[in-house]
Design a protein around this ligand. Structure first.
Ligand SMILES: *[C@@H]1O[C@H](CO)[C@@H](O)[C@H](O)[C@H]1NC(C)=O
Ligand SMILES: *[C@@H]1O[C@H](CO)[C@@H](O)[C@H](O)[C@H]1NC(C)=O
Length: 295
């Protein structure tokens, strides 16, 4: 059911959990629908807001469920967005408050320990959320980095005002999360990011879905933004806020809500949400109607 006429869609950003699969079970006809998109060369990307799983673990879970997914370009998580941002901004030495597995995915070999820290990147890292680590992050952000290796004359690139130039980047700002052992709620990274924001008077850039930074990074990877590109980029998901909110609205993406996963009747007209552009019964139904328009 189209709420208003659908524009030409030239690429599709696809939510995974609840849209393509429920737990580890694919939603109806979804594997075939994706295969058809791939067959006609329709550009798409899979997007997840997970910051617990590395991109390769998520890929394995999708492969096990029967999806054909090629990790390197197609599958995007917050961690991969961080990695891409490190490259595109040419960061040489971020200060990481990340779990070991998250750090492994973000760390690029080019990191140079002879330059001062040039960013602070925070995800869920319970083992590092103590005074010493937070204080080090704070000092990096205000340009008073500790000289842990007593090499106080490190070259400082473009040393105008380090305070203004060192970004604070958060994978997400969840205030609390469901603890992994199923023992109820636990503190998320949000309050620790907030502490750094408060102390420095700055706001963190958030890189998880649905931030603008996340969607922009994924869209860049599609390479479909040219001066003569016609039509819209669309995003499809089962959660009106996490999948279709924030950056999806700011970037004017065409927003499609599916009635699978955590969708509940009436989600599209709940108070305080930006109504989706389109509501479909399932991902496969949307692909059917997309393909029938292309014929
Ligand atoms: C991801 O989105 C879900 C809702 O779809 C939300 O419950 C969860 O907290 C989000 N996770 C992160 C890491 O932001
Ligand atoms: C920091 O937190 C305090 C206490 O809530 C508040 O009064 C102050 O405005 C905050 N400062 C900034 C820069 O966020």
């Amino acid at each position: 059911m189209a709420v208003r006429a659908r524009p030409i869609i030239r690429a599709l950003l696809i939510d995974i959990s609840g849209t393509l699969m429920i737990g580890s079970t694919p939603t109806g006809r979804v594997v075939e629908a994706l295969a058809e998109l791939r067959r006609i060369g329709f550009p798409f990307r899979f997007c997840s807001n997970t910051s617990k799983e590395s991109t390769s673990v998520l890929q394995k879970r999708m492969l096990d469920a029967g999806f054909d997914v090629r990790e390197s370009q197609e599958l995007w998580t917050s961690l991969k967005a961080v990695r891409s941002l490190i490259q595109s901004r040419g960061l040489r030495r971020p200060y990481f408050l990340l779990s070991e597995s998250a750090k492994d995915e973000c760390r690029l070999d080019l990191h140079d320990t002879n330059v001062p820290y040039d960013a602070v990147i925070v995800g869920l890292a319970p083992a590092l959320f103590d005074y010493d680590h937070l204080n080090s992050a704070f000092r990096v952000l205000i340009g008073e980095e500790d000289d842990d290796d007593d090499d106080s004359q490190k070259e400082r690139n473009g040393s105008e005002d380090p305070k203004a130039s060192i970004p604070l980047i958060a994978l997400h700002k969840a205030r609390y999360i469901e603890s992994s052992g199923g023992h109820g709620l636990a503190l998320g990274p949000g309050p620790f990011v907030a502490a750094l924001e408060n102390a420095t008077g700055r706001e963190a850039e958030v890189l998880g879905k649905p931030s603008k930074g996340f969607f922009s990074t994924v869209i860049e990877s599609l390479d479909v933004e040219g001066p003569d590109s016609e039509g819209c980029i669309a995003v499809i998901g089962d959660d009106i806020q996490t999948d279709l909110g924030g950056g999806a609205i700011e970037l004017c993406l065409w927003r499609i809500l599916v009635k699978t996963g955590k969708y509940r009747s009436g989600d599209e007209c709940k108070d305080g949400v930006h109504a989706p552009d389109e509501v479909c019964d399932s991902f496969a139904d949307f692909v059917d109607s997309l393909l029938s328009c292309l014929k």
